[in-house]
Design a binder for this molecule. Structure first.
Ligand code: ADP
Ligand code: MG
Length: 561
């Protein structure tokens, strides 16, 4: 059959160029990427067969195989999983399909220099293309389970790739790397050495639930030895907690979270009884760039009795915990469970409640026992979590206990509501806050003057969601949440010597002026009145207590309402 040549898409070409010229020292990650793809392909095949028993596929010995040819200096990663059709190879391998790669390129553009690139390769999983860090030619042979013909894809990474239809190909995918001659000199990068491969698999892929086998090199005059299984294949969430090391958790997180940084916190939960399940959840240390966009893929992986069922299972956690990664393995669900069934399942709802509470209590604990980690968490995810104050009244108290806010008390450290109330002045009944676009904007507002003068603490709320939750929540432990930009604020006139009598006198003295101003400004304001809230500015605009705050008014106006 004819071999056709195609050009890579622009972004793919950029990425390949980076890979080829990479001086990134940790090139080992290419193997992690290929094994990860092979593992996904085996998961997909098992699921496809469960869903469709007419599919003509061989599932008798699903595994991953690594085959080294030291003489030819090639390394092949082979799986007998789902494989790819001709169309899929074109779509998935010729373009930038994965979101991790797109994010990688975006960050790279922002970082703006090639020196930053190598560091970023380590942070993002850049998938299939990472093979070009160690190979000057990559060949992929694949056949989709159930189809008769296979496809061969090949490229030297220099702008083009070739495609060819192959009559005979084993089910699944094999990726062959022609290792760069230069790396042979360097022991650290000698990927044709079995010890090296063994070590990388152990380090990055031990938890993969499929066997990863190293094909032994044939020796003349000897029987070929049995292939050696390199990984322990243990599902971490099913092993006793004390047997699993931090490193193992981290590797699993990096595999399922597509994040090559450390997780901030690991959460385990075992539920026994009528509905049994294990959960292993991770709080990331960085918010993904697309957390607030519509298409954000949220949710954790769902397994049923160790069988992978789906990624991004949204039913297991509420939307405001969409950044949580992890695995939930349920013992009593059907392997054929669908999203529709999940949405209605009573047990799933119970599970979701329990997992939600567990995440929130973990954040609270972190706040008490690891303040620095908590501070990182809140900086990255506070704005998302606050959505829960509006949508999840059941967990409102737990959310308030987990929440922090910028405050005039200490510019460097956000405060919790509990700490705020403990600092409240004699006679102060309410918790004061002001919303605005930035800390600076709020601090320069005339509304702040008297609070500053009297040393009354004000929370400075700058996330868009703040406007909404303060109304929804209304109070904390019997103390009203009050905007300092709304209604009449009485901070107790006595302190600055303005007694009630005095106020009355002033009122009389200014009555005529106020009346005149009210009349002349009638188109713009409802009333002009004397205020004790200012110390320096002559006047400020306030809303009625039940009206929109200026910031919310701006927000609605910006949205064209
Ligand atoms: P990602 O794994 O993050 O999607 P990759 O660059 O690693 O990105 O792979 C791109 C896509 O190519 C995968 O999503 C998958 O659809 C396909 N693919 C890669 N390797 C295999 C494989 N061994 N078997 C089947 N499909 C594969
Ligand atoms: Mg991948």
């Amino acid at each position: 059959m004819p071999t056709e040549t195609f050009e890579f898409q622009v972004e793919a070409r950029q990425l390949l160029k980076l890979m080829i010229h990479s001086v990134y020292s940790n090139k080992d990650v290419f193997l992690r990427e290929l094994v990860s793809n092979a593992s996904d392909a085996l998961d997909k095949l098992r699921l496809a067969v469960l869903r469709d028993d007419t599919l003509d596929a061989d599932t008798s010995d699903l595994h991953i195989e690594i085959d080294i040819d030291a003489e030819a200096r090639t390394l092949t990663v082979r799986d007998n999983g789902i494989g790819m059709s001709h169309e899929e190879v074109t779509r998935l391998i010729g373009t930038i399909a994965n979101s991790g790669t797109a994010a990688f390129l975006r960050e790279l553009r922002e970082a703006g220099d090639a020196a930053g690139a190598d560091g970023l390769i380590g942070q993002f999983g850049v998938g299939f293309y990472s093979g070009f860090m160690v190979a000057d030619e990559v060949t992929l042979l694949t056949r989709r389970a159930g189809e008769s013909e296979g496809t061969r894809w090949s490229s030297r990474g220099e702008g083009t790739y070739t495609l060819e239809t192959v009559a005979e190909a084993p089910q699944g995918t094999s990726v062959t790397l022609h290792l760069k001659p230069a790396d042979a000199e360097n022991q650290l990068h000698d990927y044709a050495a079995p010890w090296k491969v063994r070590e990388i698999v152990k380090r990055y892929s031990d938890f993969i639930t499929w066997p990863i086998r190293l094909v032994p090199e044939p020796r003349e005059g000897e029987d070929t030895p049995e292939p050696e299984t390199l990984n322990s294949m243990k599902a971490l969430w099913a092993r006793p907690r004390e047997e699993v090391s931090e490193d193992e958790y981290r590797e699993l997180y990096q595999h399922i979270g597509h994040d090559w940084r450390e997780p901030l916190e690991t959460i385990r939960l075992q539920a026994e009884g009528t509905f049994e399940y294990q959960a292993l959840l991770f709080l990331p240390s960085h918010a993904p760039h697309d957390l607030f966009t519509q298409g954000y893929q949220r949710g954790v992986q769902l397994y049923v009795k160790r069988v992978f069922i789906m990624d991004d299972c949204e039913e297991l956690l509420p939307p405001y915990l969409r950044f949580v990664k992890g695995v939930v393995d349920a013992q009593d669900l059907s392997l054929n469970v669908s999203r529709e069934i999940l949405q209605q399942d009573r047990h799933i709802r119970m599970m979701r409640r329990r997992l939600t509470k567990k995440v929130l209590s973990t954040v609270k604990e972190m706040r008490e026992s690891a303040p620095e980690r908590y501070a990182t968490f809140w900086r990255e995810f506070g704005a998302v979590l606050k959505e829960g104050l509006v949508t999840d009244s059941e967990n409102r108290d737990a959310l308030l206990a987990a929440a922090s806010f910028a405050s005039t008390h200490d510019a460097g450290a956000p405060t919790g509501l509990r700490a705020y109330t403990e600092r409240m002045k004699e006679g102060q009944d309410d918790i004061y806050f002001m919303t605005g676009e930035s800390r600076e904007a709020i601090e320069n507002s005339p509304h702040m003057e008297t609070f500053r003068a009297k040393g009354v603490e004000v929370l400075l709320l700058t996330d868009p969601v703040d406007e909404v939750w303060v109304d929804a929540v209304g109070e904390y432990e019997g103390k009203r949440l009050r905007s300092i930009a709304k209604g009449e604020i009485d901070l107790g006139g006595d302190e600055d010597g303005t007694a009630d009598e005095e106020k009355d006198k002033q009122g009389e003295a200014y009555a005529a002026l106020l009346g005149w101003m009210t009349e002349h400004l009638a188109d713009d304001v409802k009333e002009v009145r004397l205020s004790s809230r200012l110390t320096v500015s002559p006047a400020c605009v306030v809303s009625d207590a039940d009206e929109l705050t200026p910031a919310l008014e701006n927000m609605y106006r910006a949205m064209g309402q």
